[in-house]
Design a binder for this molecule. Sequence first.
Ligand code: HMG
Ligand code: MG
Length: 314
Amino acid sequence: MPIPSRVRIYEVGPRDGLQNEARPIPTAEKAEFIRLLVAAGLREIEATSFVSPKSVPQLADAAELLAMLPAVLADMRELRMPVLVPNMRGLERARGAGVTAIAVFTAASDEFTRRNIGMSVAESLDAFRPVLQAARAEGWWTRGYVSTAFGCPYTGRVDPARVVQVALALRELGVDEVCLGDTIGVGVPRQVRELTARHIAASIPLERLAYHFHDTRGTALANVVAGLEDGISCFDASTSGTGGCPYAPGAAGNLATEDLVYLLDAMGIQHGVRLEGVLTAGRFISGLLGRRVATKVGQAGGWDPTTGHPIGRS
Ligand code: HMG
Ligand code: MG
């Protein structure tokens, strides 16, 4: 399978990146972060979640945030801004906020799913049926996450056959895209290759499959390359490498968008995102969280092959 000439970068910084932050971040600052991401060329941005505010207090302002965006973004027509929705209550809240894209989320392990959304995997799929029906009736774009696809923080090894089974069940419910999550960042390229091969064998089209790598153990970029080499063309990333699920102990940040953009640029793969813009957004969000920029490319900058000089070093 040839490496795709163009990939989609699906930014999860405002949602996954912020959901685990304890200190409340003002809604207007979240809107400014999204403005900077859009200015960098990102066109798919998971903006927030319509989950229980008791589970994820940081994103309790989801409706307020979405209401603020038209004023800060010049043109939203070419943007896809999915939000996480766990149940019909979330669907109704999302509808009220005018969303046009949602992501439902389950996992390949029952224990994680119970801790995360209070249901077994089978129960979550039942709960998603009316949610996805309603979303489809509205003409919305839909994604289904399979978390713990590479390992579970509670029960360890995950059978890849189980991952495919859940992915197929989500496809049957009508999702446009299935996204396999390495929730706690334990995966390695060999697993990516096996998972991709099994999904191809199960007739899941490559262009309907995405990967979501957490970089807990530094394997995320290697995993991206393994995905690219098998023709995967959508990868999740979080600007400044923020992120982690409150119900996944030990989960560190997501793959950093700036690291992904650097890799894709250097490999000559198109994606439409400007590295310098991502670095600017990364400095903004790191400053807001009171942290120094910790990502590789955030620190070193990019590299101009014509002059040999760093680009946008912080
Ligand atoms: P529950 O307590 O089992 O359900 O929560 P419930 O129906 O009994 O509801 C409890 C309370 O929440 C009630 O309020 C409901 O009204 C309210 P009360 O009567 O106590 O005042 N409620 C809601 N409020 C607002 N919006 C809603 C909603 N639903 C119920 N949608 C529930 C079940 C699913 C709601 C809860 O467990 C939850 O919200 N979980 C979300 C957890 C979460 O967001 N985790 C992080 C995202 S997943 C992730 O990060 C992984 C990913 O990045 C991929 C990867 O890395 O692998 C995607
Ligand atoms: Mg995640």
